[in-house]
Ligand binder design. Structure first.
Ligand SMILES: CC(C)(COP(=O)(O)OP(=O)(O)OC[C@H]1O[C@@H](n2cnc3c(N)ncnc32)[C@H](O)[C@@H]1OP(=O)(O)O)[C@@H](O)C(=O)NCCC(=O)NCCS
Length: 148
């Protein structure tokens, strides 16, 4: 597996992968691919970096992260669906940690509790439970009363 840093020219592809990731993790985000592309462009132009992982010329995984002075926040990790459970995610994490990221930072990630595959994955590659976000959703608005 090879890797290369993503550039602004890769944002259409990253947006497609982001869209699949949102679906696979069961996220509420309803952004469209064009909206995700625009968001990715603004991320890469500012504080985020992305890396594409390729096997025989095909992109099989990507990582999007924010490098901070003391922390690396891994915002997205995605392995294409037909290549999962083959050790690629583990290998990606190994490459990020040994060849791409500085070694002296705290590593963080957020995961939806319902995304049990990812929770198991993060624990398997060394992340430890740290915080739990809780919520109460607003009640749906009542239907409008008919005009007199
Ligand atoms: C999460 C994800 C990146 C894992 O990638 P992967 O290449 O399938 O993971 P690996 O094959 O390297 O798995 C490494 C270990 O993680 C654990 N693991 C991975 N997927 C798992 C699953 N579906 N159920 C239980 N454990 C799992 C296992 O311990 C596995 O080791 P094993 O196969 O020897 O048992 C991939 O499933 C994915 O892209 N999911 C959709 C996007 C997503 O949810 N990303 C994370 C957002 S927070």
């Amino acid at each position: 597996m090879n890797f290369r840093p993503a550039t602004l020219d890769d944002c259409a592809l990253l947006a497609e992968l982001n869209h699949q990731l949102i679906r696979d993790e069961g996220h509420r985000n309803r952004m469209t691919v064009p909206e995700l592309k625009e968001r990715m462009e603004s991320w890469l132009a500012a504080e985020y970096s992305a890396v594409l992982f390729e096997d025989q010329g095909q992109v099989i995984a990507c990582a999007v992260y924010r490098l901070q002075p003391t922390e690396i926040y891994l915002r997205q990790l995605f392995v294409v669906s037909h290549r999962r459970r083959q050790g690629i995610g583990r290998q990606v994490m190994e490459m990020l940690r040994s060849r791409i990221w500085p070694k002296n930072r705290r590593l963080t990630v957020e995961v939806l509790v319902q995304n049990t595959a990812a929770v198991a994955f993060w624990r398997a590659v060394g992340y430890q439970d740290y915080s739990l976000k809780l919520e109460i959703l607003p009640a749906p608005l009542p239907p409008p009363t008919p005009a007199e």
